[in-house]
Design a protein around this ligand. Structure first.
Ligand code: 13P
Length: 253
């Protein structure tokens, strides 16, 4: 029997001002009671919003995440935000390795190893994103790309560490495009990721690891995706900016 948790996480990306974000968090908290208690709910806000949103979600079932962290502990790194800073806001999570960071900000697997190490050491849980781009999928390399990203980062960690790591499969071609992976396309990659984890950490750890799908997930397609045996929830972009849609997705298990 697996112990893995179903989770719906909203990645707000670079959207909302602080007051707008506070209102969105309040709306999510207000509707959260509709969602079965065993489903995890996370909002991943911009750094600037963490303290204010922490005040909104404190004492509720909604958890708080950052979207990135520095690859250094502290010091002369102007403009960077450390894991201890994130932790001190009240956030319990950070997203790492989002394709937008890999694509636009030169995030490499090697850098991600450092970031995951720092995050776990600070007591933050991690949502690690992997996923192929359109060119890689069209060339039939999607399994290889996702397998390599998973191995390059997670094979530096232990079975114990995996208790604090969630994997998110986000095909780049499906992000913000309205083009969702079919449930079958997503499931076969999720099953592949779980197999990779089983090979390294054993079947139990693999079975207990939450693997989320991300990419144009919305209330109308979430049910079919979440019905797949290896899809344990979603990492939601655009649809997480409306509390009704976000909660609608969380009601799709
Ligand atoms: P969309 O849901 O807007 O496609 O974004 C997905 C995503 O990148 C979540 O991290």
């Amino acid at each position: 029997m697996n112990m893995r948790k179903n989770i719906v996480a909203g990645n707000w990306k670079m959207n909302t001002t602080v007051p707008e974000g506070v209102q969105l968090a309040k709306d999510v908290v207000a509707k959260a009671a509709e969602v079965p208690a065993e489903v995890g709910l996370i909002v991943a806000t911009p750094f600037t919003h963490l303290c204010a949103v922490a005040g909104v979600v404190e004492g509720t079932r909604v958890e708080l995440s950052a979207q990135n962290c520095a690859d250094k502990e502290k010091g002369a790194y102007t403009g960077e935000v450390s894991v201890d800073m994130i932790k001190s806001t009240g956030a319990g999570w950070t997203i790492l390795g989002h394709s937008e960071r890999r694509q636009y900000y030169g995030e490499t697997d090697a850098k991600l190893v450092e970031k995951v190490k720092l995050a776990l050491a600070a007591g933050l849980k991690v949502i690690l994103c992997v996923g192929e781009n359109l060119e890689e999928r069209e060339a039939g390399k999607h399994f290889d790309v996702v397998k390599a990203q998973t191995e390059n980062v997670l094979f530096n960690f232990t079975a114990e560490d995996m208790k604090n790591i969630v994997v998110a499969y986000e095909p780049v071609w499906a992000i913000g495009t309205g083009k969702t992976a079919t449930a079958e396309q997503a499931e076969e990659i999720h099953a592949c990721i779980r197999k990779v984890l089983a090979g390294k950490f054993g079947a139990q750890v693999a079975d207990d690891t939450t693997i989320l799908y991300g990419g144009s997930c919305k209330p109308s397609n979430a049910r079919e995706l979440f019905a797949q045996p290896d899809i344990d929830g979603g990492l939601i972009g655009g649809a997480a900016l409306k509390a009704d849609d976000f909660i609608g997705i969380a009601l799709s298990f």
